[in-house]
Design a protein around this ligand. Structure first.
Ligand code: AHR
Length: 500
């Protein structure tokens, strides 16, 4: 059976905020050390940043880059990470049982962003696990105040004359999770988040603040956590965070392929909770969603790795190698974010390099693109503009976790110049999926490109030995006649169809 939908510029979801193509650099494993930063690498620049990685980061099209964690931030002492490198202390990183050398710190992070280019924006997390209001304010003063105070002058003395201009701040990380250093109840966290937000706004009312939501929809405290935290912080913050990771459990690939069903319901449930609190408070303000950690992560395989560590420096951790199947699920998660562009206005792919990442590196060796690199780069490049409301009529398949799920998952974005890009996933592992799209009121006459990521071997991956085994390929036979787009989506495929 054919899958169908209609596109009509009169029916839209909302404008894509470029920040939804954000990513995340945590002091975890080799994300920083031998990932983005490796002073001895043949491509390293004067600041120790790998130029080969910088090139790939630019090609990926990332915008906001969250830093320095993650779980790491709940033990982070920002002052350890600034000033002369030789004076920076080595510290235990409790989150990842590793030793943090602080060789790379705040100033290096800002230098990294500036080298990516103007599209890159800092998104800095403050430690509300082992620390609180005072340290958040000190960090803000050090980073953002022009000069003339002890901490801003210290930044200047450290060589950073210009303030870092950090607008977007996360008030802690996953404070609902019992694994978090300094974990709190919703009431405790709501209070400290509110007090930190209030004080940070005293320095600068223009900061944008993200309160911690749940670490996942399956958390026992989910939704009650959001409601309690927002009751305390509603007028003080701009965003609530969501985190979600997906993997096939017990070999259940069919449910894994429908992971976006969970992601979309998570988003919709958080929107409902935010609006419930807004209604209770009789507020006109709307809280936006910051989906600041999302990805495919083989979490169940990696948990044991951390407890076995004996405080190494930059160990190989969470270095998942992604298959074609993983990339199709990943593309579907991107579609889920775009489909909710009206409320999800920040999102960060966790993470950027080596650690559950689209970019991999070898110390002293090359950098390459994982399968997941391609959907992200294509979505960031072509997914800018207005999201059209896509209601699919699709054949379905049975899943253990989500019941009947659509084989087609899709969205479409209309750029300022009127061109439209359709992003579509065929979740079928066995069959091609014919697709028909009716284009109403859109002045489109040609198919510019139909690109697909699919492979006869759904387990194919890019590796150090074979870094270009999987890349997107052009698809022939896609047509646009009389306002009707016809395409065939290969089994288990991520598709980008550009229309002009
Ligand atoms: O991204 C890896 C980890 O996942 C982060 O440190 C944490 O916030 C989440 O649990």
């Amino acid at each position: 059976r054919t899958a169908r939908f209609t596109l009509d510029p009169a029916f839209t979801v909302g404008e894509v905020n470029p920040r939804i193509f954000g990513s995340f650099v945590e002091h975890l494993g080799r994300c920083v050390y031998t990932g983005i930063f490796e002073p001895d690498h043949p491509t390293a620049d004067a600041e120790g940043l790998r130029r080969d990685v910088l090139d790939l980061v630019r090609e990926l099209g990332v915008t906001a880059v969250r830093y320095p964690g993650g779980n790491f931030v709940s033990g982070y002492k920002w002052e350890d990470s600034v000033g002369p490198v030789e004076d920076r202390p080595r510290r235990l990183d409790l989150a990842w049982r590793s030793t943090e050398t602080n060789r790379f710190g705040l100033s290096e992070y800002i230098a990294f962003l500036r080298k990516i280019g103007p599209q890159a924006e800092p998104m800095m997390a403050v430690n509300l696990g082992t620390r609180g209001v005072a340290e958040a304010l000190e960090l803000q003063e050090y980073a953002n105040h022009p000069s003339g105070t002890a901490l801003s002058d210290l930044r200047v003395e450290h060589g950073d004359k210009d303030p870092f201009g950090i607008r977007l701040w996360c008030l802690g990380n996953e404070m609902d999770g019992p694994w978090q250093t300094g974990h709190k109840t919703a009431e405790e966290y709501g209070r400290i988040a509110a007090e930190t937000a209030r004080a940070m706004r005293q320095i600068d009312p223009g900061v944008e603040l993200v309160a911690c939501g749940s670490s996942g929809q399956s958390m026992e405290t989910f939704a009650a956590w959001e409601a309690t935290v927002l009751e305390e912080t509603y007028d003080l913050v701009d965003y609530i965070s969501l985190h979600a990771y997906y993997e096939p459990l017990d070999g259940d690939v069919d449910s894994f392929l429908a992971s976006a069903v969970d992601m979309e319901s998570f988003i919709e449930n958080v929107v409902a909770t935010c609006d419930y609190v807004g209604a209770r408070l009789k507020s006109k303000k709307k809280i936006d969603l910051s989906f600041d950690e999302w990805n495919v992560w083989y979490l169940s395989r990696t948990e044991a790795q951390v407890s076995a560590l004996d405080w190494p420096e930059a160990p190989r951790l969470l270095e998942d190698n992604y298959s074609v199947t993983d990339a199709v699920v990943f593309g579907s998660l991107l579609i889920a974010l775009l489909r909710h562009a009206d409320r999800v206005t920040v999102a960060c792919l966790a993470q950027l390099v080596n650690v559950i990442a689209p970019i991999m590196t070898e110390p002293g060796g090359p950098a390459w693109r994982q399968t997941t690199f391609f959907p992200f780069a294509q979505a960031s490049k072509h997914g800018r503009g207005e999201v059209l409301d896509v209601r699919v009529d699709s054949p379905t398949y049975g899943t253990k976790k989500y019941g009947e799920a659509d084989l087609l998952h899709a969205t479409a974005v209309r750029a300022e110049d009127g061109t439209v890009t359709v992003f579509a996933v065929n979740r079928s592992r066995t069959g091609s999926l014919p697709l028909e799209v009716a284009l109403n009121g859109l002045d489109l006459t040609s198919v510019v490109e139909h690109s697909a990521l699919a492979d006869a071997d759904p387990d194919a991956r890019n590796t150090l030995a074979e870094p270009e085994r999987v890349t997107p390929h052009p698809v022939d036979g896609t047509t646009l006649d009389d306002g009707r787009l016809s395409a065939v989506l290969e089994p288990l495929s991520w598709n980008v169809i550009r229309l002009a």
